[in-house]
Structures are given as structure tokens and as C-alpha cells.
Unconditional design. Sequence first.
Lengths: 66, 185
Amino acid sequence: MTSEDAVLQALAKLPLEAPPSALSQKLLASGRARLVPAQVHPAWAVAIAASVVAYLGWALFYTGNW
Amino acid sequence: MPPNPDHETLTLLRRRDPCGFDQAYAKYGSRLFSFLLRLVGRAEQHLAEDLLQQTFLKLAEHGPELRADSDLRAWLYTVARHAFLGQLRGRRREPEAPNLELVADYSPDAEARLLLGDVEAALSRLRLEDRELLLLIADGIEPIAVSRLLGIEAATLRKRLARARQRLLQELERAAPRAAREASS
């Protein structure tokens, strides 16, 4: 082994440093939240669809094309 | 070609499964934090924490877009490095040399820690580019991935690596002849 390889080995032996546990917990929670898209409650989808239908119905009625 | 060791993690991330994020953090959280801590210096631990946070939040954001054959480790180091360079540009100064804990009690363990402390102290006195390169290679990242990560040719990488190793040895010899003997034996 050359002395240069030994230098890299000495560096590789440096111990791993764990991040503070409070940081890890915070990071895991925010990472998971960012990864998983927010679930929209089905009631919102129904409400939006109903409002679109109501608006179109009203527009047709108003223009006298009903 | 050997199978990608992060295939499962990447598959989970692509499915937006939080277990993928947990796996990536369990596997690379400490390694990346150690790399960042040694890069910025121990006096700047809060900066290393910020950079770790930025890196893993980027993973949560872009993880689902990564390919199943991506090199996750190299990707994380690239993001961490860009975050660090961004901070440096903002501050326009070299990070401070780390504060090393002194090992007061004698034991073979303590002695080994002291020698490792010498190596770490010598590393902290190197130029940022040398320190970064040595940390990446010592962390087991393939030279080809390191040259891509640093945006340099393979031949340039070899030259820079030889120079950085030499400078580290010189630093060790200057400040801690015993650790230098250990490292070159």
C-alpha cells in the first residue's frame, strides 16, 4: 500500500457524526410531509363540480338558451 | 453492472412512499452530515445542519422524479455541495477551522481518537477544494462520480487528488508527526 492510499484510509476512519436527534425528527417529519402530496377531501371535489354545474346552468338560463 | 444499492429506496421515493425518505435518511443522513461538518468546520455546526436540511428537503421535493437507476448518494452530495457553494457565495469567506475536542483521558481508545483528531485538524487546514475532494473520495464515492460532481475531467481529478493527498500528508507531518507516521505506514 502506498502512503497516499494510507492517507485516504485514515480519512475513511474518521467517525461518522450523527445529526442532532431533534434535527433528524424535524427533518423526517417535514420531508415526509413534502413527499406525500396533501390529500384533498372528496367533499371539495364534489363542491367544486357542483359550483361549476350551477354556474353553467345559471349562465344558460340567463342568456335564454335553456 | 452491479445492481443499484439504492434501487428499493428510489422505487419508494418515486411512489412518494415516505418509507423511501426514511430509508434515504437512515442510510445517508450521518454520512452527509459528517461530510458537511468537516467541510464547513465544527465551529459552524449550525451551517452543516442547515445544509443537511436543505439537501434532504430537496430530496423530498425531487425524489419522485429521480430515475430508478440514479446514483442517490452522488445526487445527495451534489445537492449538498451546491447548497454549500450557495452559502459561501452569500458569505464570501472561507469557513473557520474546526474546533477540535481535546481528549484528556488516556486510553488506547483515546489515543486512537487523538490521532484521528490530528487527521481531522490537518484536513481542516487544507484549502476548501482539497478538503472537499479528499472527503468525497474517502467517503467511497466513485472517482467518475466525483469528477462529474465537481465538473472536472478524470485526468484533472487524478492530479488534484494526488496534490490534495500530498498536502494533507505535509500538514500532518508539520503539526502531528506521529499521526503522519501512522498514516504513511
